[in-house]
Write a protein that binds this ligand. Structure first.
Ligand SMILES: [Zn+2]
Length: 419
């Protein structure tokens, strides 16, 4: 991973550096040890058992300000100002949810109800949310966003990416990104979610808008550019034009690829060095090979397959080929209305061939790689002190005890959060 190649780094002066929940100043040098951790996932093999999880049993972590400054065996922990006893429970890095769509209004209860009664999902359902989002006030959109961020925090998410894509006008897309940027550094311009209903008869004109005036209005608020490359949304040539235009303006590409059918999305992601190809459900052997020989992460979003009764992505096939896999929620009101990373971990283990260890890694370090970040997704000196405490002795319980609210503590940037 090479975080220096991305066009802008998180926390750069032109963007707001607040995020989930309320935080206080963490620049002081106060040190805190979290001691008596039964099982610690560091995601740094050199710190622990040399597995990818870098597991340490009977461990401790020392936080200074917003960073981790020490991890190791409990008995060797240095003296600190404060002490928190984990009581033998498990700690792992805060979840990194690298794919969500949280700036929206309304819901799609009726569509879900109909689909669960036998109707198949198509991309057109997005138009319902577009109409509701355009009609909402800024305050309504922000209140909705923060509601789901609190929900995610309670389930252990300390970093999230989120996208526009329910405005589909210059003004509404820029508005969505401005609202998102007040709550996260990982903001994605998705003017190319679907062809705007206003341009149904002239998709080429909509692509021109997305790559022109709309892009210019959105660039100040975004780090990433995304496109839904799928039948009924944007084809390979359109997707290439959109991502290339975004790159030229300093955004870095990611892509909704190969979700509902085979298609060019994954190959395009690799060609353009996208940080992530998201969904990856329908893959040829050539697609898998291309991912394995690139640094593009395959981000799997099992909430979508769950909520649409669709075919699961084959995580085992990707992992066995050497592809880096991330797990995220895809939280959105249409096809995956869950903010729960633990739920996605349970699905990935139960139905996608991942081991509990692999799923825990993918939801933390994998998400960080999908955002080209090395300061999150691990508990090691220098990383942000983003930690999740489980009311369980091991991270394995995330899959072993599905649906159970195991998250009992979260630190974000060194600050214990009120859940
Ligand atoms: Zn999505």
């Amino acid at each position: 991973m090479n975080s220096t190649s991305t066009p802008s780094s998180p926390g750069s002066p032109n963007r707001t550096n607040s995020a989930i929940g309320s935080t206080t100043d963490t620049t002081t040098g106060t040190t805190t040890v979290i001691t008596n951790i039964g099982s610690l996932v560091t995601n740094d093999p050199s710190l622990g058992d040399e597995s990818p999880l870098g597991l340490i049993l009977d461990a401790a972590v020392v936080i200074e300000g917003d960073r981790v400054v020490w991890t190791g065996e409990n008995s060797k922990a240095p003296a600190t100002d404060n002490r928190v006893d984990a009581g033998g429970r498990a700690v792992l890095p805060g979840f990194v949810d690298s794919h969500s769509h949280l700036v929206f209004a309304g819901d799609r209860t009726q569509e879900f109800n109909a689909r669960m009664s036998g109707r198949s999902y198509t991309a057109g359902g997005i138009r319902t949310t577009v109409a509701a989002t355009r009609a909402a006030t800024d305050a309504e959109l922000e209140a909705n966003l923060t509601r789901y961020l609190r929900e995610a925090l309670r389930q252990g998410t300390t970093t999230f990416e989120t996208k526009s894509g329910y405005g589909l006008t210059v003004e509404d897309e820029a508005r969505a990104l401005r609202i998102a940027a007040a709550h996260t550094d990982e903001v994605t311009y998705l003017g190319a979610h679907i062809v705007s209903p206003d341009y149904a008869d002239d998709p080429a004109a909509y692509v021109a808008l997305v790559t022109g005036e709309m892009l210019d209005a959105c660039v100040p608020y975004a780090r990433w550019v995304d496109v839904f490359c799928e039948k009924g949304a944007f084809d390979g040539d359109q997707a290439r034009a959109i991502l290339t235009a975004g790159k030229a303006k300093g955004l870095h590409p990611r892509i909704h690829a190969n979700q509902l059918s085979y298609g060019p999305g994954v190959q395009l992601a690799v060609e353009l060095d996208a940080a992530s190809a998201d969904h990856c459900t329908h893959l040829t052997d050539a697609d898998v090979d291309a991912l394995a020989n690139s640094r593009t992460v395959a981000t799997l979003l099992p909430g979508a397959e769950f909520s649409t009764r669709a075919q699961w992505p084959d995580a085992r096939r990707l992992l066995d080929a050497g592809v880096t896999v991330a797990l995220s929620t895809d939280c959105n009101p249409g096809s995956s209305f869950t903010s729960s990373v633990p739920f996605c971990i349970a699905l990935a283990v139960r139905d996608m061939g991942m081991t509990p260890d692999e799923a825990a890694w993918s939801a933390t370090a994998g998400g960080a790689q999908a955002l080209r970040r090395d300061d999150i997704g691990r508990i090691a000196p220098g990383a942000y002190a983003d930690l999740t405490l489980l009311d369980a002795p091991s991270h394995v319980h995330l899959a072993y005890r599905p649906g159970v609210p195991l998250v009992s503590g979260v630190w974000r940037r060194g600050v214990p959060m009120i859940l």
